[in-house]
Design a protein. Structure first.
Length: 495
């Protein structure tokens, strides 16, 4: 015995519907009534004394009613009311489907602002009141106490029509001094403790992350690692106290490099605060305690002719294999890669393979022999790429593959541009840079070709009362690089 259910999952059966004559009678009666009413109205209008006038008035009334309805519909949208935080979830945004531009009054932008206020009760309240008068919302606030006054760092969201100059003038009128303003983005919405913990995690996983972590922690700045011994073997004489130091009006930070030498951080447009100095020193101490480390992982690729190669991160542990590759390279290949005497090429390997100065990718054959190196080098606030491929392995796409991976690492590190220094006769390197399909800039400096690729749009320069952000120069890239502290050594490449 089966039970009946209210839910049917099988196909519905055809049901015979009974025909009711009563419905037909009702429909006929309604039809006769409509015809009678229409006939009566027609006779009244046609045979009446003012029939034509009545028709004209009726037409005018109908047109006026339609026009009024159209005007009312356009003025009073049927969209659901907006909530204080924006439109109702799931509701359509007016103008989005038609592609119309947003209302300028509703467009907002993010700003990072730092200003110094007097260390007096109510000074911060006056500043916040001035921001409220501009309809500026304070998203985050950090305070950096100083010996005289307090530095307040804000993340603001203001109207799109508000410029940096207008914001600076109102802040100055509210008692703020030494004001610095820069456009922000969504990444700045992360609170300071979370950002510092993330930077510490990245530093703990990779030695090469320390300069990048310092730059992201301190904003726009120039970071140079000055080794204790130059690539040519001569002592640089640069050192720093164990606890670090601030110099030149607190615009230069000196930190002792755990690998020897000193890390110099320069930010001339904005002095460092004690809080920033303490955070930077904590990152350097973390790196020193963990020691040298390079993340594991490798990719196995198949070349067009069928040979397999392995791409992995390299460090100073690959120094012997890199020197052996130098011995197998021709003088022309080494000359295109290094802009100095070929006999001195081995001197730069220890420097180039150091994670402190950048990241290096190595290419190995299936037998484990090193046949190519690709370097991504931190040059102050700029980033350089350089390649070296053994003669027997050139022309197989290895250089282009390394260059693409290096640019991807640069994008991950937040770099805006990468540049390569080579010779105009190095057609392989020029072709590899063109193969990136990125905007390129070509410059001739002291007989060498500098190719710069823009990997992401540049952010607007900060507003700081006429002070400009520090920008590096590529002069060290084409000069006596081996003697330059923190430089990458001679550049070039042969894909």
């Amino acid at each position: 015995m089966t039970q009946k259910s209210d839910t049917h999952v099988t196909a519905p059966k055809r049901v015979r519907r009974h025909h009711h004559w009563r419905r037909d009678v009702v429909e006929l009666a309604a039809l006769f009534t409509a015809v009678a009413v229409a006939d009566a109205v027609a006779n009244t209008i046609a045979h009446g004394p003012r029939g034509p006038y009545l028709l004209i008035v009726s037409a005018v009334v109908l047109v006026a009613t339609a026009a009024f309805h159209t005007w009312w519909s356009r003025r009073h949208s049927h969209a659901p009311p907006a909530t204080p935080d924006g439109p109702v979830p799931g509701a359509a945004v007016p103008g989005a489907a038609s592609g119309r531009a947003e209302d300028p009054a509703t467009v907002t932008v993010l700003w990072r602002m730092r200003t110094t206020v007097r260390d007096e009760p109510g000074s911060l309240a006056v500043l916040c009141g001035a921001l409220a008068g501009l309809r500026v919302d304070i998203l985050t606030l950090q305070t950096h106490p100083l010996a005289e006054g307090t530095v307040d760092e804000f993340l603001l969201r203001g109207p799109g029509s508000l410029s940096a100059d207008q914001l600076a003038r109102h802040v100055a009128a509210a008692g703020g001094s030494h004001t610095w303003i820069e456009r922000a983005d969504a990444h700045d919405l992360v609170d300071a403790p979370t950002r510092v913990l993330g930077l510490a995690t990245r530093t703990a996983l990779d030695t090469a992350e320390l300069p990048l972590a310092l730059r992201q922690l301190l904003g726009r700045c120039t970071i140079r690692s000055v080794p204790a011994v130059s690539p040519s073997g001569r002592p640089t004489g640069r050192t720093a106290p164990v606890e670090g130091a601030l110099e030149q009006g607190d615009t230069v930070m000196l930190l002792r490099d755990p690998h020897g030498g000193v890390i110099t951080v320069t930010r001339p447009y904005l002095p460092f605060t004690p809080t920033e100095f303490a955070r930077a020193r904590a990152l350097v101490e973390l790196d020193a305690r963990l020691g040298p480390r390079v993340p594991d992982g490798q990719d196995v690729l198949t070349l067009p002719e069928g040979a397999e190669i392995t791409v992995r991160r390299a460090d100073q542990g690959d120094l012997a294999a890199a020197r052996a590759m130098h011995d197998r390279c021709s003088e022309r290949t080494l000359g295109l890669r290094y802009h100095g005497p070929v006999i001195d090429a081995d001197r730069y390997l220890d420097h180039l393979l150091s994670p402190r100065f950048g990241r290096t990718l190595a290419v190995e054959t299936s037998s484990g022999r090193l046949v190519a190196l690709g370097h991504l080098l931190w040059d102050g606030d700029e980033t350089e790429v350089a390649l070296l491929v053994e003669d027997d392995w050139q022309g197989r796409g290895i250089g282009s593959e390394l260059l693409r991976r290096l640019v991807a690492l640069a994008v991950e590190a937040g770099c805006e541009n990468v540049y390569a220094v080579t010779q105009s006769s190095n057609t392989g390197m020029v072709a590899a840079m063109r193969g990136l399909n990125l905007p390129l800039d070509y410059q001739i400096e002291e007989g060498t070709l500098v190719i710069t690729a823009q990997v992401r749009p540049e952010r607007a320069a900060p507003h700081g009362g006429g002070l400009e952000a520090a920008h590096g120069t590529r002069a060290a890239a084409t000069g006596a690089v081996g003697e330059q502290a923190g430089a990458s050594g001679p550049q070039g490449g042969a894909p």
